[in-house]
Design a protein around this ligand. Structure first.
Ligand code: GLA
Ligand code: CA
Length: 699
């Protein structure tokens, strides 16, 4: 860390030599960040091509668990497996499976801190996270497993879209969907599901699908039309914007069952948008899915049980219909309990991501007799403090809120915030040791597009922070330790500055970092009032814009860059985390944001790897120099999986393009016969009819 003692300039010196003598300040100058301590990830992937993982083709014969044949097919309750599969199912290649062809049976017991709002993810409801939605929904493309794709072949994996082709001019993309696949209730999946998702959800301003960043995350002016039951065609303003194939993966384009959803949508019913969103509460069971497991039981604050989807459209090379695991369980507890239970063996899976529990988890897992294996990945978990940059009314701020937004939009103010944070100390307060690294903001160190020389780091300096505050006219005029708004600030002139900070209540790390930020800001005379919101309310709170600052556990845009790229700048009215359209529907971009938008749009349009690298250097420079997001800390996560499971790919990261629940390809995971547990809660059952209070059926 380089520090400079800056001499104060002429006029001040003349005015008041004595004050300067007593208040000599140690001002810090921006520099580049220190190199993070090396941290070796455990396990490296075997890098492969997409075609090494799977292909779509018909096989001579298909199989299913014996009990399904006996209880359901032989009794006429289900058509034979070959008739439940599409013409050409997705076939996973044995050579790419860590332990090969699997055995049927058993359950993966998850523990989560989230709670389901309901099953209508299409209208924005969360299912409680922890990979429930990842297990039940399928998307046009898939990105989780990309961690093992060769770098020069990186492109989203086909999924519901089994292939696509570009027109010669690159403005049209024709997508071919899997043909003859069915929802878990046996109803055909086709282009109507896709068009309903696009027309009546993504493009309906009153609806925001879960994790969606709006229509503009597919490019401004993009259109989609149905060609036939299994073909749709995209038209883009840009040529070859291959980037949007990433937006078509988890979080961007995972269509819901239109045969259930459409009749509830306000356009086709008398429902309000609220009624539409809430039409499928958690106790509505057996919701039709394209994913491998269907929710069949829900007990509030207790458990969600999911059973195998008898219509799942993926198989192994022997023609065994997937998934191998009959059941997924989701115990509704806390995120910290997920770590504890996975380590203890009463749960089967955890993304170890709350740094506070690392030492304890490591200690227990080191025992050779420990029930679970724990493998650390790269530093891809990180947090930033985001100032709300809307000056034209996103979230309808009152006078105080407006005054804070004006401060947020002032670079000197943002510099004060970043100078005030002692990142070394903040990281150490979570966990001591080699885990956390100083994170100035922008892209994470150690990722493909990161460039240290383009990263501007404002090192910890309270004096610098206070000097920046003074520049924006913030001084403590009444001597109570909190700086006051300047007298002429509309509505709040002369009052103490108070700032609200949105923070997730469900994670210890989010709360610890929140407390760290509050203390840091207190030291420079800013009063920060935390608004800790439970996970179930978090997305809505973030989207509402009703916050001055928020603590954000960041997503893959700052790791992979190629995923969620449009979140790297406000390229559309809804794409940014921290700056969305105001009351007049426009985004009042600051000059540096205009530059970022320009760079991000160029990145999306570019096919030239060297140019893209250069563009991301520019983005990193603009982002960090202008303190767009205030980095807090960055550290590795560890994947904990019970030792009885097989086919966990080597080097599967806790988080990269997506969370580990996607990365490990759970539909291929199995438990060898001799290790199978008796933990299934509903053995011998399959999902029953969709409806409130319905459950699984056994014969
Ligand atoms: C939550 C958890 C993550 C991961 C995701 C999956 O966010 O904190 O570890 O399980 O859910 O959606
Ligand atoms: Ca004061």
């Amino acid at each position: 860390m380089r520090r400079q003692l800056l001499a104060l300039g002429g006029a001040g010196l003349l005015l008041s030599v004595s004050i300067i003598a007593t208040q000599a300040q140690q001002l810090a100058a921006p520099t580049t960040p220190p190199d993070p301590t090396p941290f070796a990830a455990q396990g490296t992937p075997t890098f492969v091509s997409t075609k090494d993982i799977f292909e779509f083709k018909a096989l001579p014969e298909y199989h299913e668990p014996d009990w399904v044949t006996k209880q359901f097919v032989a009794t006429g309750k289900l058509p034979p497996v070959k008739d439940r599969l599409p013409k050409e199912p997705m076939v996973y290649k044995t050579a790419n499976m860590a332990d090969g062809i699997g055995a049927y049976g058993d359950v993966m017991r998850h523990v989560i801190g989230g709670r389901p709002e309901g099953w209508n993810y299409t209208a924005g409801q969360s299912q409680g996270w922890g990979g429930i939605d990842i297990g039940l929904s399928e998307c046009l493309t898939r990105t989780g497993p990309l961690f093992e794709i060769k770098a020069d072949e990186l492109e989203p994996l086909p999924n519901l879209a089994k292939s696509w082709d570009w027109s010669a001019d690159g403005h049209q993309l024709t997508m071919h969907h899997i043909e003859g696949a069915k929802w878990s209730d046996g109803v055909a999946f086709n282009a109507d599901d896709v068009m309903f998702y696009w027309d009546d959800n993504i493009n309906d301003p009153n609806v925001k699908p879960l994790n969606s960043k709006g229509a503009d995350s597919f490019g401004v002016g993009t259109t989609l039309k149905k060609i036939n039951d299994y073909t749709v065609q995209w038209t883009f303003k840009e040529a070859f914007p291959k980037q949007y194939l990433y937006t078509m993966a988890y979080g961007g384009f995972c269509p819901g069952p239109s045969h259930l959803l459409k009749p509830q949508h306000p356009k086709y019913s008398k429902n309000t948008y609220d009624q539409y969103k809430n039409a499928f509460p958690p106790d509505f069971l057996n919701i039709p899915v394209m994913g491998a497991w269907v929710p069949v039981e829900y007990r509030s604050d207790d458990i969600i049980v999911m059973r195998r989807n008898p219509y799942y459209w993926k198989v192994d090379e022997k023609g065994n219909q997937l998934p191998y695991l009959n059941e997924l369980e989701y115990k509704l507890s806390t995120w910290a309990d997920r770590d504890v239970q996975a380590v203890a063996g009463t749960g089967d899976f955890s993304n170890l991501e709350q740094a506070e529990s690392y030492v304890e988890a490591l200690k227990h897992s080191a025992d050779p007799a420990a029930p679970a294996r724990l493998a650390f990945g790269a530093r891809t978990i990180g947090y930033a403090l985001l100032p709300n940059l809307s000056g034209n009314g996103w979230g309808e701020p009152d006078a105080r809120g407006k005054a804070v937004r004006e401060l947020n939009r002032n670079l000197d103010f943002r510099k004060a915030l970043t100078y005030a944070i002692d990142r070394q100390h903040l990281g150490d307060s979570l966990v001591k040791g080699p885990f956390t690294a100083i994170y100035p903001g922008g892209l994470y160190a150690g990722t493909a597009y990161y460039d240290k020389a383009s990263t501007v780091f404002y090192p910890y300096s309270l004096d610098s922070a206070k000097a920046e505050l003074k520049k924006v006219g913030l001084v403590d005029t009444d001597g109570d330790g909190i700086v006051n708004f300047p007298k002429d600030t509309p509505g709040v002139g002369g009052q103490n500055v108070e700032i609200t900070m949105l923070d997730n209540a469900d994670y210890q790390t989010d709360k610890s970092l929140g407390e760290g930020v509050i203390a840091a800001m207190q030291a420079i005379g800013l009063r920060v009032i935390p608004n800790t919101v439970s996970g179930i309310k978090m997305t809505a709170a973030q989207d509402s814009g009703k916050w001055d600052w928020q603590i954000l556990r960041q997503q893959s845009e700052v790791i992979s860059v190629v995923q969620n790229t449009s979140s790297l700048a406000p390229v559309g009215p809804q794409t940014s985390w921290q700056h969305r359209a105001g009351t007049d529907k426009t985004v009042d971009l600051l000059p540096f944001e205009k530059q970022m938008v320009d760079v991000v749009n160029k990145f999306i349009a570019s096919q030239d790897p060297a140019e893209r690298v250069d563009l991301m250097k520019q983005w990193q420079k603009i982002n960090t120099e202008n303190v767009n997001n205030i980095g807090l800390t960055q550290y590795p996560g560890a994947l904990i999986v019970n030792k009885r499971f097989a086919n966990i790919p080597a080097g599967a990261p806790v988080f990269m393009f997506n969370w580990a629940e996607d990365n490990i390809i759970r539909e291929r995971v199995f438990v060898p016969q001799d290790k199978q547990s008796k933990f299934e809660l509903h053995p011998g059952t399959l999902p029953g009819a969709p409806g409130k209070g319905n459950g699984p059926i056994s014969d």
